[in-house]
Design a protein around this ligand. Structure first.
Ligand code: ADP
Ligand code: MG
Length: 238
């Protein structure tokens, strides 16, 4: 079980409240996209699910267990960021195996996991290369490989494609969806791009100014937007 439950979550930075009571239930194996304009609180919410940001009040559960005080490393999650955060002085293999090494996984198992992920991502021929010797798309795959090798219960993506050019962005979103169809890992994917949300999501969460405006399947939001904001946001071109 790896549902993610966000219940009554409020976040304040000092006196500034940026999330005003968020309720989102994400089913086991679901691909949910959080979408909304820059500054609406998407990253903050995702970082709270990851344990990188404290919750002011409310609860977040993963797989039915409240994780409010559980440190990131003890939550069964892996996060993929927009800036890849690859180690420049390490090969692709070492980038992908690093967290497993830290966790004390034995060498044979690491080899199996890294090769498995490289297979899935088409990185078999690049394992000995360094990040600077890779294209943007390949770097993005390595960043995903680092998440996959850990075989987490939940993937968290924060605008993973926003540094890529338009053509590659379209290709990578197809790849990420195919990956999800194969692994069925519960995924929470943040973007400000409504086209990305519409094409990738099982369900979309539309956010504005620290509130959830609507949650629903892409077509549902398109056909029956809850308000003018959702209609305008979903309906307008990227
Ligand atoms: P998004 O990811 O949707 O663009 P963020 O979650 O990054 O939005 O930010 C939501 C709001 O919280 C913004 O007003 C931002 O300025 C504020 N914020 C984010 N992180 C911090 C922080 N560490 N300290 C103070 N304010 C922050
Ligand atoms: Mg953000």
């Amino acid at each position: 079980m790896a549902s993610v439950d966000i219940a009554g979550v409020i976040k304040r930075f000092g006196v500034h409240e940026v999330l005003h009571g968020i309720d989102i239930g994400i089913g086991d194996g679901e691909f949910v996209v959080l979408v909304g304009p820059s500054g609406c609180g998407k990253s903050t919410l995702l970082r709270m699910v990851a344990g990188l940001e404290e919750i002011t009040s409310g609860d977040i559960s993963i797989g039915g267990r409240i994780v409010n005080r559980v440190p990131p490393k003890q939550r069964d999650i892996a996060m993929v960021f927009q800036n890849y955060a690859l180690y420049p002085h390490m090969t692709v293999y070492d980038n992908m195996s690093f967290s497993l090494k830290l966790a004390g996984v034995d060498k044979a198992k690491i080899d199996e996991r890294v090769n498995g992920a490289a297979d899935i991502l088409g990185l078999q021929d690049y394992l000995a290369r360094y990040p600077r010797q890779l294209s943007g798309g390949q770097r993005q795959r390595v960043a995903m490989g680092r998440a996959i090798v850990r075989d987490p219960q939940v993937f968290l993506f924060d605008e993973p494609l926003s540094n890529l050019d338009a053509k590659l962005r379209v290709q990578m979103r197809t790849e990420i969806k195919a990956l999800h169809q194969r692994l069925k890992t519960t995924s929470v994917y943040v973007t400000h791009d409504q086209v990305e949300a519409m094409t990738m999501a099982d369900r979309i969460v539309v956010m504005q100014d620290g509130y959830v405006e609507q949650i629903g399947a892409p077509l549902e939001l398109y056909d029956r937007p809850a308000n003018m904001f959702v209609a305008g946001f979903i309906g307008s071109p990227a």
